[in-house]
Design a protein around this ligand. Structure first.
Ligand SMILES: [Fe+2]
Length: 478
């Protein structure tokens, strides 16, 4: 039986097609429409999914009528008629809907290797829920705790993202990067007033921070970012401790947009025996979540390379030639990543030993100069280069770098790196590339950042490659 999971009418629409627990396709709307964080699905995306088969049923990621009611009564945004309903070929397919947080929880638990775990979902807001705790035992997934708006980790973080001049619901990751450049003590007490405790939440945040009465100069933006990150981390530790106590579980699945905060995620390894964060923990992962909830059991999760297929073998020797000649190689090959990070198939790879490479890549990408780049490393070498004793295949944690002088272009201001580890099963081509790079340089690490034109989503198909090559007058290795 084929199930088409759909997430739309919120930032970052996506669809997933599964068959008997196997994931046939999972992709983001933005990669087809070229509109970053596109709210609605489109024909290109749906047709690409349907090329893997016609669905017997559709699973929708939230209760849209309940959400409409919440928006009408409490404010916020989202809603609208899902685009897929316009398509004649999908109109008569039977469908069911799962709550927003149920879809998040199912995406996490049913892609994990755990059969006994606590699942924590923290985001801005679903229908009404903003923070939920679930227990996963065998096939069963049961909610054991909920907290509704106005309490919200996500809305708190987004409101301050807006306050420092960034785009809420999109650029939270930039504010997280800014935190390393700020002094958290300057605004900690003031920021904490906006998020005092679980039971004393007075701000709704839907309209942003309206009563900030101090001037925000350039340094203040970084100090506010640092304070917000610190308050978020302190509250997160409290919430996770509560989840552990309520459920008595030692394995954690963490989902919702808040699970994209990789700096805070790093702390979770000190609290739990094992941690799983699905590589697409925000709303875009909920098309898979809804499909998995409808399936009602674990799906066969192997890797996130589930989107549009460019075909081809991983071009290891061509990438090596580019890296040795130019220190930078743009790569587009195989299936696109499902999730926000480029993990090797739509990536710019570069030599992390060169201190000037960061500025060169930033120039290509026209990004803010303070923003760090991530390293991709052979898994068996990870603990020698970074303070970590776990794998991080999806760039979800930021351990301290142990040899920052040797790889200056992938170490953040605070001495940490957002590490991607690679083993042979996960991505044989990338593993082979890193092994060859290690043999030549003695460093098992490359810089890895997303291949996109500024302001646009990750490259997806052949047309995007031509456009990129024209814009930058360079060849993409494929
Ligand atoms: Fe969400």
């Amino acid at each position: 039986m084929k199930i088409l999971g759909i997430n739309e009418t919120t930032h970052d629409a996506s669809v997933t097609l599964i068959e008997d627990g196997n994931i046939l396709f999972a992709g983001h709307s933005e990669r087809f429409s070229k509109q970053k964080n596109d709210w609605f699905t489109n024909d290109g995306l749906i047709e690409c999914a349907l090329s893997y088969g016609k669905p017997d049923t559709i699973a929708y990621y939230e209760n849209r009528w309940l959400k409409k009611l919440r928006i009408a009564t409490r404010g916020g945004f989202g809603g609208g008629k899902p685009y897929y309903l316009e398509r004649k070929d999908l109109r008569w397919v039977p469908r069911e809907a799962f709550s927003h947080h149920h879809s998040h929880a199912a995406a996490g638990y049913y892609t994990s290797k755990f059969d006994d775990a606590v699942i924590v979902v923290l985001d801005a807001i679903g229908e009404y829920n903003t923070s939920t705790i679930w227990v996963g035992e065998g096939k069963n997934l049961k909610r054991v705790y909920k907290k509704n708006h106005p309490f919200s980790f996500g809305l708190f973080y987004s409101a301050f993202t807006q306050l420092v001049g960034l785009k809420p619901n999109e650029e939270e990751y930039i504010m997280m990067g800014m935190a390393a450049y700020g002094d958290w003590t300057r605004y900690y007490n003031k920021v904490k007033e906006y998020f005092p405790s679980i039971d004393d939440q007075k701000y709704g945040f839907h309209n942003g921070i309206l009563d900030w009465n101090e001037t925000i100069d350039e340094q203040a933006k970084f100090d506010i970012a640092a304070a917000v990150q610190k308050v978020y981390e302190d509250r997160l530790v409290n919430f996770m401790a509560m989840a552990k106590k309520i459920t008595n579980k030692r394995k954690l699945v963490f989902m919702g947009g808040c699970a994209l905060n990789c700096a805070a995620n790093t702390m979770l390894w000190r609290m739990f025996d094992d941690v799983w964060i699905m590589p697409n923990p925000g709303d875009a992962g909920s098309s898979l979540g809804a499909a998995a909830a409808a399936y009602g059991s674990h799906v066969n999760w192997e890797h996130p390379y589930l989107g549009y297929d460019l075909g081809g073998e991983y071009p290891v020797s061509e990438i090596m030639t580019e890296l040795i000649r130019n220190k930078i190689a743009a790569v587009a090959t195989g299936r696109a990543e499902y999730g926000p990070r480029a993990l090797g198939n739509r990536s710019i790879l570069a030599d992390p030993r060169d201190p000037d490479i960061k500025d060169k890549v930033n120039l290509i990408k026209k990004r803010e100069l303070f923003r760090p780049f991530a390293p991709v490393i052979l898994e068996e070498h990870a603990s020698k280069w970074f303070d970590m004793n776990y794998a991080s295949p999806y760039m979800q944690y930021t351990p301290k770098c142990l040899k920052p002088d040797l790889i200056p272009s992938v170490v953040h201001k605070d001495g940490t790196s957002r590490v991607q580890t690679v083993n042979k099963e996960q991505h044989p081509g990338l593993y082979r590339l890193l092994s060859e790079w290690y043999a030549v340089t003695g460093v098992p690490i490359l810089l890895n950042t997303s291949l996109n034109i500024k302001g646009q989503p990750l490259l997806n198909d052949e047309n995007d490659i031509l456009e990129w090559e024209k814009a930058y007058n360079t060849k993409i290795v494929r």
